[in-house]
Design a protein around this ligand. Structure first.
Ligand code: NAP
Ligand code: ZN
Ligand code: ZN
Length: 353
């Protein structure tokens, strides 16, 4: 075991603070990663504040959040074949799964039917709590480590490990591409990656944001159209127009309003996780054979495909880099939709903490 420096939440209401935990010694197939950057996902905040207790599980404390990890391989176990010291790598939302169920066999480990091990706020196959990326290092089985393309800066690439794949996977699954009209609801960390990726895939992209304050950025990132959902006319003007809506909003909003924006056979995919349940009405769905669906991050293979796609398109996240000492301030700003568009922690700052 080795002592590892990190930042942790000790209870749902406490500010994150410096913390040391014991990291497992590397096993034969493990990669030891020096973490250089870690993105701040809204899921980190939901879990650190125990907002998912009703749906999933009560959070495990102390919690070291962080699942948008980018770093450099420091050492590898004797049986590791995929990585070597010095490689640029990433770790996303999970670090293990059962490897044998039908979902794992189909490279859909995120839907593992037996036991998925999330990067933090989870327990590994031996029942030991997992700790995430707000930390100086992490030890991960090589099969759950991703390769970051050489042309992408590590800081801007970090958010691809969650925000990027969470939008890439449904965009691919629901065939976003030329001739398809795609709306992204909420232009935060996930949403801004949705705009970039949908545009790169060739779809016609519309952003539905609370106001027009992010309009210029939206257009710069690749949106063809930008509307404010605070203006009721948006919902009449855009009625029955989209093939696909991806809803990234982290709060309870009236989903039924958005069903009306789907054309015949259109689908709204929910990726945002509001704290409370949202009621769904039958009629707006029945009217045009519309669907509502959910989507969870992406498997290891698809995450690598997404990273390579981003490398080919020189595409990464728009970020604000912060030292770890500002993590609590960053959390407050994320909850106010005041981030352009992802906070990324510079882990070198941990040394001065
Ligand atoms: P974020 O950066 O906070 O972005 C959320 C965006 O939603 C905000 O920027 C804002 O966009 C909009 N929004 C926030 N509050 C709103 C409200 N009350 N009414 C209307 N719109 C509102 O968060 P994120 O990191 O992108 O994560 C978004 C959600 O996805 C979170 O719930 C997170 O837990 C979840 N998530 C899910 C998965 C998955 O696999 N399904 C993966 C990662 C994260 P505008 O300013 O443009 O309106
Ligand atoms: Zn996330
Ligand atoms: Zn499985």
């Amino acid at each position: 075991m080795s002592k590892t420096k990190a930042y942790a939440a000790h209870s749902p209401k406490a500010a994150l603070a410096p913390y040391f935990f014991e990291q497992r010694d590397p096993r034969e197939h493990d990669v030891v990663i020096d973490i250089k950057y870690c993105g701040i996902c809204h899921s980190d905040i939901h879990q650190a504040r125990n907002e998912w207790g009703d749906f999933l599980q009560e959070s495990i404390f102390p919690m070291v959040p962080g699942h948008e990890i980018a770093g450099i391989v420091a050492s590898v176990g004797p049986k590791v074949t995929r990585y070597k010291m010095g490689d640029r790598v990433g770790v996303g939302c999970f670090v293990d799964s059962c490897r044998t169920c039908s979902a794992c066999q189909r490279d859909l480990e995120q839907y593992c039917e037996v036991k998925i091990v999330f990067t933090y706020n989870s327990r590994d196959q031996d029942g030991v709590p997992t700790y995430g990326g707000y930390s100086e290092k992490i030890v991960v089985d090589e099969n759950y480590v991703l390769r970051i393309p050489d042309n992408l800066p590590l800081d801007a690439a970090a958010p691809l490990l969650c925000a990027g794949i969470t939008l890439y996977s449904p965009l691919k699954h629901w065939n976003a591409g030329p001739g398809k009209k795609v709306a992204i609801v909420g232009m935060g960390g996930l949403g801004h990656m949705g705009v970039k990726l949908a545009h790169a895939l060739g779809a016609e992209v519309t952003v539905l944001s609370q106001s027009l304050s992010k309009q210029a950025d939206g257009k710069r990132l690749g949106a063809d159209h930008f509307y404010a959902t605070s203006n009721p006319e948006t919902f009449t003007k855009l009625a029955s127009s989209f093939d696909l809506i991806i809803n990234t909003v982290s709060a309870e909003i009236d989903w039924n309003q958005y069903f009306g924006l789907l054309q015949l056979d259109g689908t709204m995919v929910v990726v945002g996780v509001p704290e409370k349940m949202v009621p769904v009405a039958a009629m707006p769905l029945i009217g045009r054979r519309r669907s509502i669906a959910g989507s969870c991050i992406g498997g290891v293979k698809e995450t690598q495909e997404m990273l390579d796609f981003c490398g080919q398109h020189s595409l990464a996240s728009d970020i604000e880099v912060v030292p770890i000492q500002k993590v609590n301030e960053a959390y407050e700003r994320v909850t106010k939709s005041d981030v352009r568009y992802r906070f990324v922690i510079d882990m070198a700052s941990l040394k001065t903490s």
